[in-house]
Design a protein around this ligand. Sequence first.
Ligand code: NAD
Length: 375
Amino acid sequence: MKKVSRRSFVKSIGIGVGSTTILPTLASFDSHYLKLIQPYSGKKLNVALCGLGRYANILANGLAESEYCQLSGIITGTPEKAKNWKAKYNIPQKNIYNYESFDKIARNNDIDLIYIVLPNGMHKEYTIRAANAGKHVIVEKPMAFTEKDCQEMIDACKSAKVQLAVGYRLHYEPHHIEIKRLGQEKVFGEVRLIHASLGYNLTGTPLDDWHLNKSLAGGGALMNLGVYCIQSNRYVLGEEPVSVTAQFAPKTMPELFKEVEENITWQLNFPSGAVCTSTVSSNCNIDRFYASAENGSFELSPAISYGPFKGRTSVEEFNFPVINQQAAQLDGIGKHIIERQQLPSHISGEEGLKDMRVIEGIYKAAKTGNKIKLN
Ligand code: NAD
């Protein structure tokens, strides 16, 4: 068995964060920690947030802490929000748009990138409109509803010569970078089984919440949360799944979940023989990742939410500094764009498309009761 993670993760380092040390050599981790030794003072990427709901507020905090990006514009359909955000973040009036004036952003050189934080069913349209306006795009998860939609978004960005990223914040989070390393470097041998589940109890959600509306959400727990479980399977194994079986659970709140699933469980098979099981739920709280390998295991719990995360292998605990996940993600993406480098594939639109292929397969498997091939 190879040496366990934390030591090798921490050893060669050289940077101290309080009493803890961290290794800044992992590419996606770099930019966020580089500022500890060398603060960035160059041009910042000017970001406009499109859709000012709950997550946009969290992203605004991330932007405030980001080294490479800054909040420079907003797109909102609510004049009251425009007024409040303008005052709070000192946003010039010329950088404020609504959904009707959105396309005029093409003429605004003070916006480099549009971050789409709208309900899922609007991701495709606004990604394509942002690309057509000549702006780089980050689109929130799930990227869209189908693999075909994702391809259209990728094509629009390619032909407009702008970059497209998906808002996969966990790719820049140290515990996740570590489980990816533990899996892909086979520190405990071949990973045989992964269990990754995420659930939030949505009892009491207002009936008019878009998460319950199929045309805006695309589905229920799977569309909202499933991508995190699929992502962790794929980056820990470094493989693409070949087949899937899945089951919807009976609804406990049918009055709420009229249009979308409340709970769904699935099993993914990978070429190495690894099996990954997941449940995503809208009626109970769960936030776990567990991987069992030939010679040991590693796990996170909490694992997927905003943290703080707790990590453990069968040998020792591993806990890294709590970071601002959104700032780390924005720095990782912003640095690449400022330096005119192609975004790494793990954060790109192609990555979102691969997840969407799996999501479509899971729905098909649950609806038909059949095992569905994925390639
Ligand atoms: P939200 O409901 O809080 O915000 C959505 C925003 O879209 C609101 O400002 C709303 O006014 C606006 N909007 C515009 N047109 C709308 C319409 N027709 N119907 C409803 N709202 C409309 O939602 P949220 O939680 O901020 O989620 C937004 C996106 O961010 C979703 O795609 C979600 O999956 C994603 N998200 C990602 C994370 C993450 O950790 N990466 C976390 C939460 C949400």
